[in-house]
Design a protein around this ligand. Structure first.
Ligand code: ATP
Ligand code: MG
Length: 568
């Protein structure tokens, strides 16, 4: 491709509403353009990257025996109503009506449709096991679309679904996808970790996520270098770590704590430690209100809480006016004593004695509180967030924590959808049984951002060779020098003949502009044709190298070809 023919509106300025590096760079490097909240177009360079990512995914899925098909994005409501997800998705689902007032949605994920397709088209149990997949556009009306294509409302997903007649078969299909995913993310040049994940609302028996470690990742992950344990915070089981309590046989006592709202203020006021206090938070769980308690130095894990309560929507902090109504106090003084909503208590709180809580009265707290004597929990369970240094739930050594971008998710669904929709088969003995399923997703467009987030410097993107929009760029320094221009074009043509995806910067621009653009758009290797071309010499530079090296034309071309082949 010649750059003079390329739509490449690179930006020197950092766009105002882009918060993170990958979002800024993808806009500046003219990969994507924003059309609305969470809605993006792919310009030619971005599309090339997207297509390369898709191709790698396709190759590995096909190699693992999965078959590609393509479903619509505009979906009739029936299958989602049958599975219950027409309601479960809530406001995240884009719903619409046609001219006859019939209900449709824009597909957020396709378990129901693949199940229906198999019901309609598979006639014999002998056709199983079977794994089907598509690379297709998904729609989710995310509460907080952000970070460019990391969390958008329209995005490309690779979704796959396996169909087996036995649990052992499902284990095998799952393992094949696990292996394929490892190959895919390795080929994409991502540095990733596989973690145990929460099965949540999807039901099912096992689930893992592929996480790209990054400070901008929205998921917390806990991992153990000693035994290899790794889990999403949502799943990571917490080992209770009791702290010293105020031992003794005391009675509950109300204390006046004027202008004390936060744990820090309370610690200061009482001369106690944060772990001598238990905090009570009021949540909305579907249409009822509940309270959750963790130790003062801990955080509530809202996913664990949701699973414990068994609500459909995510739990949400109660509105301040409801907190006031429920506790009869200003926000900040909630406590379990005398509350008439269920109180869910973390295991560590159960181990505390004579602790401090809010008194459901403005400016008041209780001290010397004891569970059983002063209040009764609805349930005691692990509802806290794991922390750096906590004991590993597998081996007991201290865990480490990091943030991760979830790029893939594999899931043993079991019979949730096949039962709901009636996907059964007759076995050899003529008995009717339910098909067991797995589902496997990759955030294709999110992978682009994750790759940029991990591979960049102050000058721009550094694309991994396998997904770079172009593998090499040839730049004549002086667009008016015929010899430089001709030689550059010859080198470019030869590279293309050798199978290199090459770009020629034939624009009539200053050299500084050309170098800046080449770095910004992240082309992995470049050849610069300048003054020394008369002696048959050019400059060779890999994107990550400090400086360039003078080489003969032949040597430089040979090195480009080798570099690309070795790094793809
Ligand atoms: P998240 O927890 O990030 O919201 P999810 O668990 O809801 O994601 P899945 O239903 O497992 O997502 O979808 C499969 C993959 O699709 C995810 O692993 C992620 O990479 C990608 N994905 C999900 N939502 C989005 C989105 N809004 N924008 C871009 N990619 C997404
Ligand atoms: Mg997921």
């Amino acid at each position: 491709m010649k750059m003079s023919n390329l739509l490449l509106p690179t930006l020197r300025e950092v766009p105002a509403d882009a918060e993170i590096t990958s979002h800024k760079l993808m806009l500046r490097a003219a990969m994507v353009r924003k059309l609305g909240s969470g809605i993006y177009s792919y310009l030619p360079l971005g599309l090339r990257v997207l297509q390369k990512v898709e191709q790698i995914i396709r190759e590995e899925m096909n190699a693992a025996g999965a078959q590609e098909l393509l479903m619509p994005a505009l979906l009739p409501a029936e299958a989602y109503q049958a599975s219950g997800r027409w309601e479960v998705f809530g406001p995240s689902m884009f719903k619409l009506k046609d001219r006859y007032e019939r209900d449709y949605c824009l597909g957020p994920t396709h378990e129901e449709l693949f199940t229906q397709t198999v019901i309609d088209n598979v006639k014999s149990y002998k056709e199983y096991p079977m794994t089907l997949y598509q690379i297709q556009t998904k729609y989710r009306d995310e509460a907080r679309p952000r970070f460019g294509v990391i969390r958008s409302r329209e995005f490309v997903m690779k979704d796959a679904y396996s169909f087996d007649t036995t649990d052992a078969g499902l284990d095998e299909s799952y393992k094949k996808m696990y292996d394929a995913y490892n190959r895919i993310f390795t080929r994409l040049g991502l540095d990733f970790t596989v973690v145990d994940a929460d099965s949540g609302a999807m039901g099912g028996s096992g689930s893992q996520e592929f996480m790209v470690k990054s400070p901008v990742g929205e998921d917390g992950i806990a991992y153990c270098d000693s035994c290899g344990y790794a889990a999403n915070y949502e799943k990571a089981a917490c080992v209770p770590a009791p702290k010293p309590s105020n031992e003794g046989d005391f009675n509950i006592e109300k204390i006046h704590t004027p202008n004390v709202h936060t744990i820090e203020e309370l610690v200061e006021f009482m001369g106690a430690e944060a772990y001598n206090f238990a905090k009570t938070i009021i949540y909305k769980a579907d249409d009822k209100y509940i309270a959750a308690m963790v130790r003062g130095d801990r955080e509530i894990n809202e996913v664990k809480l949701k699973n414990l309560v068994g609500c459909i929507d995510d739990v949400e902090l109660a509105e301040p006016f409801m907190v006031k109504q429920i506790t009869n106090a200003e926000v900040g003084f909630a406590g379990p004593v005398g509350l008439d909503i269920p109180v869910y208590v973390d295991k560590e709180v159960e181990m505390m004695k004579n602790f401090i809580i809010g008194a459901n009265e403005t400016d008041m707290h209780y001290k010397n509180v004891n569970i059983g004597k002063d209040f009764t929990p609805a349930m005691v369970a692990d509802i806290r967030v794991i922390e750096e240094g906590d004991a590993c739930p597998k081996c007991g050594k201290p865990v480490k924590t990091a943030q991760g971008i979830e790029v893939g998710h594999i899931f043993k669904l079991g019979t949730k959808y096949s039962k709901a929709l009636g996907l059964t088969f007759q076995d050899e003995d003529g008995q009717s049984k339910v098909v067991t399923m797995g589902c496997y997703g990759i955030g294709v467009t999110r992978c682009l951002s994750a790759a940029v987030e991990q591979n960049n410097d102050e000058n721009g993107i550094i694309w991994p060779v396998a997904i770079a929009p172009f593998e090499a760029i040839v730049i004549p320094v002086n667009a008016k020098n015929e010899e430089q221009v001709n030689e550059a074009e010859r080198i470019y043509n030869e590279l293309k003949t050798a199978g290199i995806d090459a770009l020629l910067d034939d624009r009539n621009e200053r050299p500084g502009v050309k170098f800046k653009d080449a770095d910004l758009i992240g082309i992995p290797v470049r050849i610069v044709v300048g003054k020394r071309i008369g002696e048959g010499m050019v400059e060779y530079k890999e994107r990550t190298a400090e400086s360039s090296t003078d080489k003969t034309v032949d040597e430089a071309m040979k090195d480009v070809i080798e570099f690309v082949r070795n790094n793809k």
